[in-house]
Design a protein. Structure first.
Length: 243
């Protein structure tokens, strides 16, 4: 199932001149909340973690081995200790003034994402993520039936936007972001995603926080909208993506 905010995103975003997609963990939030919860309440089993590192298991395997076993209230209490990048509120307000659709795309869980965003007055944002139903039960409402690699297929969201004629700006940091970023026109990246882009010789905007990113967007909005802004990403769809 998907929520109403997620459904409402598509009519506004499909075919829009410019759309913003942003990861949550360690991009909006100042720490990786999913890892914090799992590391504290249900550490990843070593064998599953090793298979994941070798590319033999996907994030669904990790989450089923760990996040599926956490207590809801304890997880939310941990999440409530986490702050967000203070510049993110300004980015959201600017995008809304400019009429630019924005959505959160995460391979984490709405359980903590929606709690934190709601606490920060940002509960109106559409969120594409995985769903914790109850202990022992997880759902993948944004999964890709052709590919069990990720719980939430970020690539599918970006790909659908691109197919509609929209230009996509992507913000991210982690391993699941390499898939979503592969369908973006411009990428603001740090950490694992930045290293991946460097290894693939694809240009990107170094990303340390939303305040700096917003300066770039404000100063160059017309060029982002008409597609002339440089440097554009040269990434091709990731070879592990299947549709």
């Amino acid at each position: 199932m998907t929520n109403n905010l997620e459904h409402s995103f598509w009519p506004r975003a499909l075919g829009a001149p410019l759309v913003l997609l942003t990861d949550f963990d360690f991009t909006i939030s100042l720490v990786d909340v999913g890892d914090l919860i799992c590391g504290t309440l249900a550490p990843y089993p070593a064998d599953v973690l090793a298979r994941y590192a070798r590319g033999e298991a996907g994030s669904q395997d990790l989450w089923l081995a760990s996040f599926a076993h956490v207590d809801r209230d304890e997880a939310v209490a941990l999440a409530d200790r986490v702050d967000i990048d203070p510049g993110f509120r300004d980015l959201v307000a600017w995008a809304e003034r400019e009429g630019i659709p924005l959505a959160v795309v995460s391979d984490g869980f709405t359980l903590y994402i929606e709690h934190i965003l709601g606490r920060e007055g940002l509960g109106h944002l559409p969120v594409f993520a995985n769903r914790y139903v109850e202990r022992g039960r997880l759902e993948w409402p944004n999964g890709n039936p052709a590919c069990p690699l990720c719980g939430c297929c970020k690539a599918a969201v970006a790909r659908r936007l691109k197919a509609s004629g929209s230009r996509v700006i992507y913000f991210g940091d982690g391993s699941s972001d390499v898939y979503g970023a592969s369908f973006a026109d411009w990428v603001f990246a740090k950490s694992t995603l930045a290293r991946f882009l460097e290894q693939n010789r694809s240009p990107y905007f170094p990303f340390t926080g939303f305040a700096d990113a917003l300066d770039v967007l404000r100063q160059n909005l017309d060029r982002f909208r008409d597609g002339t802004m440089q440097p554009r990403s040269t990434l091709r769809p990731h070879p592990r993506c299947r549709f």
